[in-house]
Every structure is written in C-alpha cells, then in structure tokens.
Design a binder for this molecule. Structure first.
Ligand SMILES: NC(=O)c1ccc[n+]([C@@H]2O[C@H](COP(=O)([O-])OP(=O)(O)OC[C@H]3O[C@@H](n4cnc5c(N)ncnc54)[C@H](OP(=O)(O)O)[C@@H]3O)[C@@H](O)[C@H]2O)c1
Length: 156
C-alpha cells in the first residue's frame, strides 16, 4: 500500500530553495510518529536536503536516474512493486508526490497556517482525486513552531 505525507502552506507550497520554508518542530514530531520503522521513499533532491545517512530507524529509498552507493535507489516500477507487499510512505518532494499521487490510498497532510513568498515547489492538487477527509486536528504553534498547523488524514 502506498501512502503519502507532506506539509503545505495555505496555497499548497511545500518547498523553497531546496529546503522546507518553515521551522515546525511539532510537525517534525508528527512526521516521525507516522514514518518510524516504515519504508520511506523520496526524490534525490529531498535526500540531498537531509543530514547524511538519511532518516534513522526507517528504510530509506531514493528515486534517482543515477545509481548511488550511499543509499538504496529504486525506479517508479520497483517502488510500485514493493508497495504490493508492504506499506510504503512517499515523503517528497514535489516531483515524487506528483509521480505517485494517482497510486496512493492515504495522505497525511499538514496545513501550515502561512503563505510562503516565492515558494518553488508545490504539492499536487488533491481536490478532484476522490480523497475523503477522515480526521482533522488543529494544533496551535508551540514554542518551537513558527505557525499554527492542522493535521489532516485523507483516504482514497
Ligand atoms: N513540505 C514537505 O512536506 C516536503 C517534503 C519533502 C520535500 N520537500 C521539499 O521539496 C523540495 C524538493 O522537491 P523537488 O520536486 O525539487 O525534488 P524531489 O522530488 O525531492 O527529487 C527530484 C529528483 O527525483 C528523481 N526523480 C524524479 N522522477 C524520477 C523518476 N521517474 N525515476 C527516477 N528518479 C526520479 C530525480 O533525481 P536525479 O536528478 O538524481 O535523477 C529528480 O531530480 C525541497 O524544497 C524540499 O525541502 C517538502
């Protein structure tokens, strides 16, 4: 089964200059809760934005058109095949969300209550894809968050 997790601003922006456009400690904790001990798939640019070694206590898989020695690399078909047997969580970025959006059954979306200026990466529009919102929780900004946020759980 394929699922997806991302955080976006009020207009769907997810990235700027190769990085996250906010500091949201509470959302990082939420991300960790959802992904820990699972298999996560990301694009090479998102991999490059992480500390070396990737995300601990998760099987990290990177999508790239170039083979690498530092991490497990897969192509689109290999990820789809793997998802027949286990839960795979797509963790970004924009190119990889778009690639898999039509194959996902579940989305964990965090709305960050801000509008990022000059964002260069966006999440796909899910409004016409048949997703149903099954859970939503507002979270005020904590001491290590720049903005309030809303955690949403969608299924298709
Ligand atoms: N807000 C969030 O939740 C969130 C989450 C993750 C990332 N982000 C942000 O998103 C941005 C990065 O996203 P992005 O769209 O620029 O890049 P990306 O999706 O992370 O990675 C793109 C790369 O993936 C590889 N790729 C794409 N399609 C492929 C395919 N069909 N087969 C094999 N490999 C393929 C290519 O790597 P090669 O060039 O090596 O071939 C491509 O350059 C950053 O700003 C990051 O911080 C935000």
């Amino acid at each position: 089964m394929l699922s997806m997790i991302y955080a976006c601003d009020l207009k769907g922006a997810i990235g700027k200059d190769g990085d996250l456009p906010w500091k949201q400690s509470s959302d990082l904790q939420h991300f960790k809760r959802i992904t820990i001990r699972k298999t996560v798939v990301m694009g090479r640019k998102t991999w490059d934005s992480l500390p070396s070694g990737g995300l601990p206590k998760r099987r990290n898989i990177v999508m790239s058109r170039t083979q690498r020695q530092d991490v497990e690399v897969m192509d689109f078909e290999q990820v789809l095949e793997l998802s027949q047997n286990e839960e795979i969580i797509i963790i970004g970025g924009g190119e990889i969300y778009s690639l898999f959006i039509d194959h996902c059954k579940e989305i964990h979306r965090t709305i960050i209550h801000t509008e990022v200026e000059d964002a260069d990466t966006h999440a796909p529009d899910i409004s016409q894809l048949g997703y149903v919102l099954i859970g939503e929780k507002h979270h005020p900004a904590g001491p290590k968050d720049q903005h309030p946020m809303t955690f949403q759980h969608w299924i298709c």
